[in-house]
Design a protein around this ligand. Sequence first.
Ligand SMILES: Cc1ncc(COP(=O)(O)O)c(C=O)c1O
Length: 544
Amino acid sequence: MMASSSSSTAETPSSNSSAPQAQAQQQQPSSTRTVNASAMASNPDHPRKPINLLRGWPSASLLPTAALNAASQRLLSNPSLATPALLYGPDPGFEPLRGALAAWLAEFYGTPSDIERVAVSGGASQSVACILQSFTDPAYTRAVWMVAPCYFLACPIFADAGFGSRMRAVPEDEEGIELEVLEAGLRKMSDEEKGGEDGEERFKDPGPHRKLYRHIIYCVPSFSNPSGKTMSLRRRQGLLELARRYDALIICDDVYDMLQWQPTTTTSTPTPASGTGAETAAAPVDLNKALLPRLIDLERTLGPSPHDPPGKRFGHAVSNGSFSKLAGPGLRTGWTESAPDLAHGLAQTGSTRSGGAPSQFAAAVVYELLVSGALASHLRGALRPAYRRRHGLVVEAARRVLAPLYYDLGQGAEGMLVGGDDGVVAATGMVRSLAGRNDVFGGYFVWFRLPGNLKAEEVAKRCQAEENLAIGTGGLFAVQGDEEGPQFAHEVRLCFAWGGRGGPRGWGYAVGPGGLEDAARGADGGRGGRGWERAGRVEVDIDE
Ligand SMILES: Cc1ncc(COP(=O)(O)O)c(C=O)c1O
């Protein structure tokens, strides 16, 4: 019996509490609600333990509970910190945390430390809402341009700010956002504006501390959700250039930047029959340093923007950081870094001025976590090794189980990079999920196109019914409301952060024969089945 009532979303999936699930379901437009229901129905009577590769959460074993306990106790026994932590706070946030964060970010990104650029937030999602409240106007701001596939829970935030019918998908290739497509869209809108009657209508008066932008561009430049891709340096530069030309604010969810590791590199190209190549270690990289400059770091080197009001430097990019993936999402605490005028303007958001930055107490606990060195140890000693291991298991399972399918379907003969240039890739479709620098991967996700003409929805249903396995179907990550944009019916996202305590079972287990064999056959008139039979079933355990 399928319990369809316990459906969920990628980042708010099924658990014992039904209220958040219902709420999350409510956030979906009807088209994606259908996707969710089929992909996420869980069955308590299923003979197999559930595996959830849909949920975008850190697993319980990766929460720094003991360190947070110690940090809270230190905080509460020190009145000079405990009292301000429990009272209303300043608009830009708990000042000790801002200072410590500025220094920590400067160290990681190799930039000068400047507290005036940093504001504490209630996490990345809440921060996007505040940015929109302060720096956009549904009459004046033309559109929200989103890299597609996108982090789907960002869409309702843009819709709430009045952009429900004006979210536009911009596809990404191996280097990230496709700038020609973006530029064509921006140019078209600005040409239309020139011919139009107004262009200057607005509901809001930004006042002296804020400004209104013409466009918003939303992206996850490093280790993207869902594609796992990292935007190249030249695309970052080109994107910034476009934003400065068309008066756009680029909101960068930089939430995965610090979750990076070096995957095992496979040097020799294996045959379909052998499945694997020889493995070697890549040249070591300093994982305590950012892979690439953020867009805000690049902007620091540029002169004033022609769109800045006299005497102000708002700039065109804001970095949205979060402790959700570094410590725990329940903290609901994050930060923004930007030009000081933008940071100040953001702190003038109405809800922030009434009582100060959100999450004051949690911010104070995070401060303790940061200055004690516990956060850095957690990152180095727990998160990066665990995610590296889990990511490796997913890639290995793909190499053993999926790669032969691409070969059998004639998709692997050319350009199939099993252990190719990017070192870790299992098959043509998998290449896309692992693009970026070839010696570093990060984040929570892999994303790939299924072999043959398989539909992700069908595959998700079979996974759920036969293996009690939840996966993310590509349709969920299409930009909501942009029907002409890419729809991703054949793509899937797998999250290796949650895993779950399901015993010795994992992603590979569910894609062996008996799982998707028939579906593959159906898609290819029978040829696909041979791959499944040869590949066999893989058992991996992504629990700690
Ligand atoms: C790209 C991206 N942005 C934002 C968030 C949510 O961040 P927060 O918990 O800080 O609101 C997530 C969580 O999955 C994410 O993947």
